[in-house]
Design a protein around this ligand. Structure first.
Ligand code: GRF
Length: 210
């Protein structure tokens, strides 16, 4: 038996993944609720989406802080104030530090537009397209100290089709991101996500079927 979680969603841009979470919550496909949306960029379209859904928003511009750690301390304070249980990085274009990870151990998920460990970092869809792979996809993973390196929770493959360009591939992957992210959040609230840590081995995540 699980329970609805209070989510803190961190964004930097368009916020279509945020929108997918908000829609799922509004339609009852998710019991969890978004308690706060935090953007490091003023004017991000994601903030408008949150406001339309009646979700509190905060802008915490990273440029106002002398270091990544100081910025992360401000994030932790805002997330604690909103009493969030889980944090979703949904197009949040900043690397987070141990300050955030230690404050919310194994409670931060990221959505990345490739089949990790292939194509980490920025422009993953263009990296995949330029490489010439015939399959790419998306990954939801727990966040650790590296760039897109944390334990994989769920992945979905997306084909690269004849005649695609990087933009077509980006759109096809994005559609799958939306459903994969909501599925993972549902698994979390249903307490089906198990972190398996064994000394000397990579930490893994197992998602039990519903
Ligand atoms: C998505 O492709 C996500 O995987 C990546 O950044 C993009 C954000 O899109 N990390 P949106 O802001 O959710 O529309």
């Amino acid at each position: 038996m699980g329970r609805a979680q209070k989510l803190g969603v961190l964004v930097s841009g368009t916020g279509t993944n945020l929108e997918a979470i908000l829609a799922a919550a509004a339609e009852g496909r998710l019991a969890s609720k978004v308690a706060v949306v935090i953007s490091n960029k003023a004017g991000a379209l994601a903030l408008d989406r949150a406001e339309k859904a009646g979700v509190p928003t905060r802008v915490i511009p990273h440029g106002n802080y002398a270091s990544r750690e100081e910025f992360d301390r401000a994030l932790v304070a805002a997330l604690r104030e909103a009493q969030v249980d889980w944090i979703v990085l949904a197009g949040f274009m900043r690397l987070i530090t141990a300050t955030m990870i230690d404050a919310f151990p194994n409670r931060i998920v990221n959505i990345h537009p490739s089949l990790l460990p292939a194509f980490p970092g920025v422009d993953a869809q263009k990296q995949a397209f330029d490489y010439g792979v015939t399959v790419s996809g998306c990954t939801v993973h727990l966040v650790d100290g590296g760039t897109d390196t944390g334990p994989v929770i769920a992945q979905r493959a997306v084909p690269v089709l004849d005649g695609d360009d990087a933009e077509e591939l980006r759109k096809r992957i994005l559609r799958e991101e939306h459903s994969l992210l909501v599925e993972v959040l549902r698994a979390i609230e249903e307490d089906r996500v198990e972190v398996i840590s064994v000394a000397g081995a990579r930490t893994r995540v197992r998602v039990r079927p519903p």
